[in-house]
Design a protein around this ligand. Structure first.
Ligand code: R5P
Length: 296
């Protein structure tokens, strides 16, 4: 029996995109708000003995998590073979340590919440920094799909003489994966974060690569401060206007406009989070991860 894709509210286009890559059926689903803003959920498709793939992008998660959990619980009562969560962006990964006494370790709490209602999880490039693997905060099997292949292809097709630049030590994993695939030089900067919107990027001994086009690559662009400060550093060092590539285009407030005005050549992102800068399609990687996890 074909797997069943259940779309969370507002994620129907994403679910259709995933379905186009898999031999799976899209479920008839109704999710709506009652007048008092509580949520009504109905899955009007055959669920018994089928793998259920709940496609719910949990970016800006607080309003999205409850409908996703309700869909999972509703499916659970209909005797599925398994229930999985497919979210291109996995939130709450950045609070991966207690930096001050009394802070909540929200990465753990969120992982526990998801692990109680789902049997498996597939996502794209989660922010694994102090955690080596999702197993450290999720109690269910997970699959991490990677954007490195599509990003490396995009750079090869669109940028002349690229130099891949990581703004901080966390970015090394994504920068090295892309640079290796595309056979490109790379360099990693240092970042100190003083606050949510206050970062300092330094890069002692930047090579004099004035012929190359820098491609600044990071997993998340949120306030954009990390990108803006890295652009400033590269321009001050005499490098060309960089291309900025982000995996997850969070772009809070006017971050995108500020980055566009910071002296960049181009700002490009993957389509894990819908944004006008999306140029790199990675949903096929997510679908492949789902297929591998449930052996479709
Ligand atoms: C954290 O280190 C991530 O890899 C990103 O560098 C960070 O989330 C970017 O945040 P912002 O755009 O707010 O500087």
């Amino acid at each position: 029996m074909k797997a069943l894709i259940v779309a969370a509210p507002s994620d129907r286009p994403l679910a259709e995109h995933v379905a186009a890559h898999l031999d799976a059926e899209l479920a008839r689903v109704e999710v709506r708000a009652f007048p008092d803003e509580e949520t009504y959920v109905r899955i009007d498709s055959e669920v018994a003995d089928r793998h259920v793939i709940i496609v719910a992008n949990l970016v800006r998660p607080n309003a999205r998590i409850l409908p996703a959990l309700f869909l999972a619980e509703t499916a659970r009562e209909l005797s599925p073979a398994s229930i999985g969560l497919a979210t291109p962006y996995l939130p709450y990964m950045r609070q991966d340590a207690r930096f001050e006494p009394g802070e909540g370790l929200t990465s753990q709490y969120f992982g526990s919440l998801i692990s109680r209602s789902f049997d498996w999880l597939v996502t794209i490039d989660p922010h694994l920094h102090r955690y080596q693997s999702l197993d450290e905060c999720y109690a269910i099997p997970s699959k991490v799909a990677e954007s490195a292949g599509p990003i490396a292809r995009w750079i090869a097709e669109n940028v002349e003489r690229p130099l891949v630049v990581g703004p901080d030590e966390e970015s090394f994993q994504w920068v090295s994966a892309v640079a290796q695939r595309a056979g490109l030089p790379s360099v990693i900067m240092d970042k100190i974060r003083h606050g949510d919107r206050d970062v300092q990027v330094t890069g002692a001994g930047l090579p004099p690569w004035t012929d190359q086009t820098p491609v600044i690559l990071d997993d998340i662009i949120s306030t954009g401060r990390t990108m803006v400060e890295t652009v400033r550093l590269l321009r001050e060092a005499g490098l060309k206007p960089p291309v900025c590539v982000g995996v997850h285009a969070l772009f809070v407030g006017d971050a995108y406009q500020i980055l566009r005005g910071a002296g960049v050549e181009r700002v490009v992102t993957c389509n894990t989070v819908s944004h006008l800068s999306n140029e790199i399609d990675v949903i096929g990687e997510l679908a492949r991860g789902i297929g591998e996890l449930i052996a479709l």
